[in-house]
Each structure stands twice: as structure tokens, then as C-alpha cells.
Design a protein around this ligand. Structure first.
Ligand code: SAH
Length: 314
């Protein structure tokens, strides 16, 4: 999955195959910029802060966030330096057009020390999973052999499941969240799709040309994703000493951070066709039958910091 996705993102414009929240509405990145601004103030408004994004795609979210930050809180704009974690050379070039003054990284491990605010939308779902299958009293792990899956005996994963059920483990996501959770002066916001509680099941999915495809056909030609196991990530972050907020569904999260107010203001000032598009985008991002419920927000913070905006368990 790691190799297929690395090839896919290096050779495709993924946005021909799927769309994401920042591409649906400029207000998404703007309110996340406001989220970061409130977090920065909660840190005591440090003079230097890293604003990082993981897997920034076309750079749209960061460009929208920076524009909102510059307008609302110029002191934060002056204090922050932008760091983007991106492995695809093609997408880095697109991001450079939108966010010229950024520093790029291959992984979050090289982000600077000191106060750190992290945004990540639809990043964790692209990281490689392992799949374990309960077979009677034992377990197997699924591997790819050519164009099919094979199973080999394996040690049991941490979670149990019924005979025949698949348990997915995203080691890269767990390691990333654990490393962030160990830092001080950190606040990270992950938005992705997956259930609120860990649930067994095969969630590996391939999208090619906008439609579901066989994940094993033509490796590198389709976007591979899996549901994010928020409960597992929250547990790992807590064990590493962080405060965890969420997962909370995207719809209520975006409402609490002011998406409706922002879209209202934009659409009142816009021509009718633009206003219609803005309201359509708002609906798509927040409606429970669209992205409002399946997508969730999870925040991992230094427990010394005040709770971030947007979470009812804060
Ligand atoms: N956040 C963007 C893009 C989501 S697509 C949006 O919401 O529109 C996933 C992004 O993560 C792409 O930019 C892809 O190139 C990047 N990516 C995927 N796997 C990665 C990895 N292992 N390390 C760094 N970036 C990765």
C-alpha cells in the first residue's frame, strides 16, 4: 500500500480521482486557520511557531488558512513559519505555487523543535495499513502476492475479533501520532474519515478515475485509502502523555469553529452563482448524509495547553 500510493501520488493528479474538503470550499481552510490562531493564542502567542500541514495536496487548505490568518491576526502571521510534509514531487511543485514561502519535509520527524501547530486533512487515510484475519483460534496476516491476497500465520493483533473478521492496524499513523503526542507546546488537528469506535472490517478502498476499483489491479494507478481508527490513535496519544479531544463528527466540529458564519459572510458579498456554490459546499461538508458524519476531527495537544476550539468534550 505504501509503495502503490507513493507511485500513485508521484504520477497522478489525485484531484482528478477524488475531491477533498479544502477543494470544496475556501471556508474550510479559512476556519482551520482561525482554529490555529486560537491555539497560538492559547500557547501564549509565542514569537516563533511552526505551522505545519501533513499531506497538503494542492496547497489549498494552507493558502486559505494563511489568507484568513493574515486578515484576522497579523501577529500570528508574522510569528509563524510554514512547513509542509509531502513526498510527491509533483504535488510539492503545485504547493510551491500556492504557498511559496514554505519549507518541505519528507516526514513529520524533521519538523522544527519548539511550538508546533499541525493540520492534516485526509492524510492518515493514505498511510499503509496491515490487515490481520482471525482464522479459528489463530490469526493470519494478508499480504499481496502478484494480483491477489495471500494469508500467512501471524501473531494476534492487539484487538480481538470474531472468526473470519479483519482487524486493520495503521502502524505509520500510530507512530506519527505518538511522536507528536510526546512533544511539548504542540497542538495537532487530524480530519479524516472512519468510525468513532474501533470496528473490525476490511476498509481498504481504491478509487481510480472517480470510481471504486480493484485495489490490486495496476498498482500505482488508483488512490488507496483505509478508514482511520480514531480510537486506536486517541489511545496511543493518551499513553504518550497528550490530551486528546474528539473524535467528533466533522459537521458539528465545523459548526463550532464558525464555518456557517464564515460562509454566510462570504455568500452575502458574492454574486448569486458564487453564493449558491458556497452554500452547496457548506451542505456537503456538514450534512450527516454527505461528509458531516463519516468524517471526524481529532485533536492531540500538550495537556498544559487550553482545550482547542471545536470539541464538545473540551
Ligand atoms: N490534504 C489534502 C490532500 C489529501 S490527499 C486535501 O485535503 O486536499 C493526501 C496527501 O498526502 C497528498 O498530498 C499526498 O501526496 C500526501 N501523502 C500521501 N502519503 C504520504 C506520505 N507517506 N508522506 C507524506 N505525504 C504523503
Amino acid at each position: 500500500m505504501a509503495r502503490a500510493n507513493a507511485l500513485y501520488y508521484a504520477t497522478h493528479d489525485p484531484f482528478g480521482d477524488f475531491t477533498t474538503a479544502p477543494e470544496i470550499s475556501q471556508a474550510f481552510g479559512e476556519v482551520l486557520g482561525a482554529w490555529a490562531a486560537v491555539v497560538w493564542q492559547g500557547m501564549g502567542a509565542p514569537e516563533r511557531v511552526t505551522l505545519a500541514e501533513l499531506g497538503p495536496g494542492r496547497g489549498t487548505l494552507m493558502a486559505d488558512a494563511l489568507r484568513a490568518i493574515a486578515a484576522a491576526l497579523p501577529g500570528f502571521r508574522a510569528a509563524l513559519s510554514v512547513h509542509l510534509v509531502e513526498t510527491s514531487p509533483g504535488l510539492r511543485a503545485v504547493q510551491r505555487e500556492r504557498v511559496p514561502d514554505a519549507t518541505w519535509h519528507d516526514s513529520a520527524a524533521t519538523l522544527p523543535d519548539g511550538p508546533l501547530i499541525v493540520l492534516a486533512n485526509e492524510f492518515l487515510d493514505a498511510l499503509p495499513i496491515r490487515q490481520f484475519v482471525r482464522r479459528g483460534a489463530g490469526w493470519t496476516e494478508r499480504f499481496v502476492a502478484g494480483d491477489r491476497f495471500v494469508e500467512h500465520p501471524a501473531d494476534p493483533p492487539e484487538r480481538d475479533a470474531e472468526d473470519g473478521a479483519v482487524v486493520e492496524v495503521n502502524e505509520a499513523a500510530l507512530a506519527l501520532v505518538t511522536a507528536l503526542a510526546r512533544r511539548r507546546q504542540v497542538a495537532a488537528l487530524f480530519i479524516d474519515y472512519g468510525p468513532a469506535e474501533s470496528a473490525p472490517g476490511d476498509s481498504l478502498q481504491a478509487i481510480r478515475g472517480g470510481t471504486p476499483a480493484d485495489p490490486l489491479a495496476e498498482p500505482g494507478s488508483a488512490d488507496l485509502t483505509a478508514h482511520v481508527d480514531f480510537a486506536a490513535l486517541a489511545g496511543a496519544a493518551r499513553r504518550a502523555g497528550a490530551a486528546v479531544y474528539g473524535p467528533t463528527p466533522q459537521g458539528p466540529f465545523l459548526a463550532r469553529v464558525g464555518l456557517h458564519a464564515r460562509v454566510g459572510r462570504l455568500s452575502r458579498a458574492a454574486p448569486p452563482e458564487t453564493a449558491r456554490r458556497l452554500l452547496q459546499g457548506l451542505h456537503r461538508l456538514t450534512d450527516p448524509h454527505a461528509m458531516g458524519r463519516l468524517f471526524k476531527a481529532l485533536s492531540v495537544c500538550d495537556p498544559e495547553l487550553p482545550p482547542p476550539p471545536g470539541f464538545d468534550d473540551a
